[in-house]
Write a protein that binds this ligand. Structure first.
Ligand SMILES: Nc1ncnc2c1ncn2[C@@H]1O[C@H](COP(=O)(O)OP(=O)(O)OP(=O)(O)O)[C@@H](O)[C@H]1O
Ligand SMILES: [Mg+2]
Length: 106
C-alpha cells in the first residue's frame, strides 16, 4: 500500500467567475485520520465532491488510494465509502458495508 491515501495537487473548482476551491494541495498518509475543517462556504463539500468524483475539478489533480479522480473515477469509487451527512447513516450497517449501499453507480 502506498504511503499516501490522498494526494491533492492544486485542486481547484470554479463556479463561473467564483473560485470555491483555490489550488488546494495536501497529502494524507495511509492510516491517518484526517479532518477537513472550515467556515460555512469554505469549500469543504466542493472538495469532497471532487474527491468522490461527483464533481469534476476545474484545474489540478488528486489521487485517492493512488487513483486519479480525473482519469480513474471507477477505481476511486471502488476504493471509498462516502456518507455525506449524518442523516444518511444507516445505523444497521458497518462502515465497510456502507459503500456499496451508498454508491449505486459503482
Ligand atoms: N453548484 C454551485 N454553484 C455555484 N456556487 C456554488 C456551488 N456549490 C457551491 N458553491 C459555492 O462554493 C462555495 C463553497 O461551498 P461548499 O458547499 O463547498 O462549502 P462548505 O465548506 O461545504 O460549507 P458548509 O460548511 O456550509 O457546508 C460557497 O460560496 C458556495 O455558495
Ligand atoms: Mg458543506
Amino acid at each position: 500500500m502506498s504511503e499516501f491515501v490522498l494526494e491533492l495537487s492544486a485542486l481547484t473548482r470554479r463556479f463561473g467567475a467564483f473560485t470555491a476551491v483555490d489550488a488546494l494541495s495536501l497529502s494524507v498518509r495511509t492510516g491517518e485520520v484526517f479532518g477537513l475543517l472550515g467556515a460555512n462556504g469554505a469549500g469543504k463539500t466542493t472538495t469532497i465532491k471532487m474527491l468522490t468524483t461527483l464533481l469534476p475539478p476545474s484545474a489540478g489533480e488528486a489521487l485517492v488510494a493512488g487513483y486519479s479522480i480525473t482519469r480513474q473515477a471507477v477505481e476511486v469509487r471502488r476504493s471509498i465509502g462516502y456518507v455525506p451527512q449524518a442523516v444518511s447513516v444507516d445505523g444497521s450497517l458497518t462502515g465497510y458495508e456502507t459503500p456499496a449501499h451508498l454508491c449505486p453507480t459503482v
